[in-house]
Structures are given as C-alpha cells and as structure tokens.
Design a protein around this ligand. Structure first.
Ligand SMILES: Nc1nc2c(ncn2[C@@H]2O[C@H](COP(=O)(O)OP(=O)(O)OP(=O)(O)O)[C@@H](O)[C@H]2O)c(=O)[nH]1
Length: 356
C-alpha cells in the first residue's frame, strides 16, 4: 500500500516533465554519446521508468525503444536512488533476466546512475552497457554521475521551458479573450449609440442624433464657414392619412418619404426625422436657389410615389452662412416658410424671403 502511494507520487513526478514518448532531442542524444565515449562502451542510454516499462529518451547501441520494466535493471534506481549500480558480469547474476540486445548480442556489463527529480523521486537511469564483462575506473564512474546531474539539469530546463510556453499561451489566450470582450463591448456601445441617435422606423437620424452632430466640431465648422440651406419638410394631412388608411400605412408612408429624401440628397447632406411627420434636411455648401431645387425634387418624388394613396409634402427652406445668424434663427425662418407653404395650399416648396 505504502509502495503504491510512493510509486504513484513517483509516476506523477515523471508525468510533470511530459517527456515520455516525445521525439529524440539532440541534447539528450549528446549526453548518451558522451557517456559511451567516456566509459568506452558500445551502449549508453537515458531511460525513464514509466508505469510498467522503461522508455529510452536517448539510446546508443540499444536495439529496442523500450523494455518491459520487470525485465530491466532500473528497479535499483527506485530501491537505492543514491547508489550507482555496477554489474561487472550479468552472466553471473541470473536474477537479472536480461532480454535487452546490444547490437544483436547479449549484454554482459551494466553501470547505471539513478536520475532523480529535485524532490528525490527516481525518474529513470543514465546507463552504459557492454557485451563483454568489464569494469569502470573511478574517474569514469564520477564522469557518469556528472553526466547524470547534467541530464537532471536538462530535464528541469526542459520542464521550465514547457511551463513558460504554457504560461505564454495562457496569457495569449487571456489577451485574446480580453480583446474579444473589448470588441463585443465596443459593438454593444456602437449599437446603443446608433439606437439612441437614429429613428427606428426610417433609419434617419433622430433629434438626439442631430443634437449630437451639432455638438461635433466638424459639423459646427461646416455651418459656421459655408453657406447652407435648412429645409423643413412636413407630410400634408398626415393625420387624415393615418385615420383613413391606418397607422401601418402611415408608417409605410413615412419610410417612403424618408427614402425619397435620402435619394435626392448628397452623402454630405444630413436628413433628420425631426418630429412625427416632420423632417429636417441640412444642405451644407448650398445656396437658397440650389436648396429650393433639391426640395422641389423631393416634393415631386413624393408626389409620384405609388404606395396606395396620394401623399404630398410641404417644404419651407431658409439659407444661412458665416457670421451673424445662428442655425437656430435660420431654422426659425425655415419653419415660417413651411407655415406659409401649408397656408398657401400645401404640396409646395416655399423659400424664406425675409429681408436681412
Ligand atoms: N403612422 C404614424 N403616424 C405618426 C407618427 N408620428 C406622428 N404621427 C401622426 O402624424 C399626425 C400629424 O398630424 P398633424 O400634426 O395634425 O398634422 P397633419 O395632419 O399632417 O396636417 P398638416 O401638417 O397641417 O398638413 C398625427 O396624427 C400623429 O399621430 C408615426 O411614427 N407613425
């Protein structure tokens, strides 16, 4: 039971390196070659004890990529993790059931240094082997131990780099999530801003949108430095249309008028659904006669609409420009002109002619 718990901890320690069944790596291969050169043996290996097998991270002169754990010599690493095991002649130790083949021959000589984790768990063995019985000099044994220590450092470095890679990708994922959240928030903000500043029925700017636009320096500049025309457009007898044709038809008529306005103006002009059936059109860089032409074009287009009932509009226009009058005063004059258009019988454009 105690053994099971210790073995589980040992296996968990090995698993943290995520190294078993990975591809060969030059640094580990180099250490195995150094061990073979140092000890003058035809075989050397860096092996890891994984569940019921011994898996070679690096091997030189060994035919199989892994061994059955119970038939390997690795048990010594677990039984005596601080000791180097040297078996001068395996043939004299029938207990060591050696199935491993070294270049097709049976191994006779084995020396292995346990490979430990910083907490002292036996992860595997750095070993050398030969097909002849033999021994190692004290210097060779010491060298093998030093190479084992280097392997431990290499394992730690490898685990550290893996961990850093994992942390980096986690941070990248977090940054991506934050960016998505920011984008979603921005989209939500844009949606709310659009909803707040646009009329849901016609898609034109609403009064709040117009106010927001007026507050923008660019729009203020356009009205302060160039001549412009304000047009106030009102659908005639709209109450009657609603009463006779129903509210849904009334809504359709409002959309059709908004479309007619949008079709008649330029991209730099501004159309606003100002009230229920009242629209404000701002025509920057325009003189009164030009504004009257555009207003007349809209009026004709509305008159020509074929939506099931005749619709007409009355339009009052006034011009403004740099210096003197505020846009509010120009608006007031356009409103007066609209009033006169209504009074003169509707379905017409009236330009403000107040002497100034
Ligand atoms: N269907 C619909 N009707 C609206 C909407 N907003 C305002 N109205 C209606 O528009 C009508 C406006 O009526 P009035 O202000 O009396 O003006 P009018 O009937 O157009 O008369 P004149 O402007 O004098 O030609 C009212 O009946 C409102 O209920 C809307 O979004 N949809």
């Amino acid at each position: 039971m105690l053994f099971d718990a210790r073995e589980a901890e040992r296996q968990a320690a090995l698993d943290r390196y995520a190294i078993v069944d990975t591809a060969p790596e030059q640094a580990f291969d180099d250490i195995a070659r150094l061990a073979a050169t140092l000890c003058n043996t035809p075989a050397a290996a860096i092996s890891l004890i994984d569940h019921d097998r011994l898996w070679f991270k690096a091997r030189l002169g060994i035919d199989q990529p892994q061994l059955v754990r119970s038939r390997s010599l690795c048990g010594h690493a677990i039984d005596a993790p601080d000791e180097t095991l040297v078996v001068h002649d395996l043939a004299l130790h029938p207990g060591y059931a050696q199935r491993r083949r070294l270049g097709g021959q049976r191994p006779r000589f084995y020396a292995g240094v346990p490979l430990l984790s910083p907490e002292g768990h036996a992860l595997g063995v750095v070993s050398v082997g030969d097909v002849e019985p033999r021994t190692l000099t004290p210097a060779q044994l010491e060298g093998l131990r030093l190479l084992t220590r280097q392997t431990q450092h290499l394992l730690e470095l490898r685990r550290y780099l893996l961990e850093q890679g994992r942390l980096l990708s986690a941070r990248d994922a977090e940054a991506r999530d934050a960016e998505h959240a920011r984008d979603a928030l921005q989209r939500r903000h844009d949606d709310l801003e659009y909803t707040a500043t646009h009329d849901a029925l016609t898609g034109l700017l609403n009064r709040a949108g117009m106010t927001r636009l007026r507050a923008q320096a660019k729009a203020r500049g356009a009205l302060d430095t160039t001549r412009y025309v304000l047009a106030l457009l009102d659908i005639d007898h709209f109450k009657q249309i609603n009463d006779r044709q129903g509210h849904l038809f009334g809504d359709r008529a409002l959309c059709a008028v908004a479309d007619a306005i949008t079709r008649a103006i330029r991209g730099t002009d501004i159309a606003v659904r100002y009230g229920g059936e009242e629209f404000l059109i701002v025509l920057p860089d325009t003189r009164l006669d030009g504004g009257a032409e555009i207003a007349e074009r809209i009026r004709r287009q509305v008159e020509a609409l074929e939506i099931g009932a005749m619709i007409t509009v009355s339009v009052g226009i006034a011009d403004g420009g740099p210096g003197g009058e505020t846009p509010e005063a120009v608006f007031e004059r356009a409103d007066q002109a609209l009033y006169r258009a209504k009074a003169m019988g509707r379905n017409r454009v009236v330009a403000d002619d107040t002497p100034r």
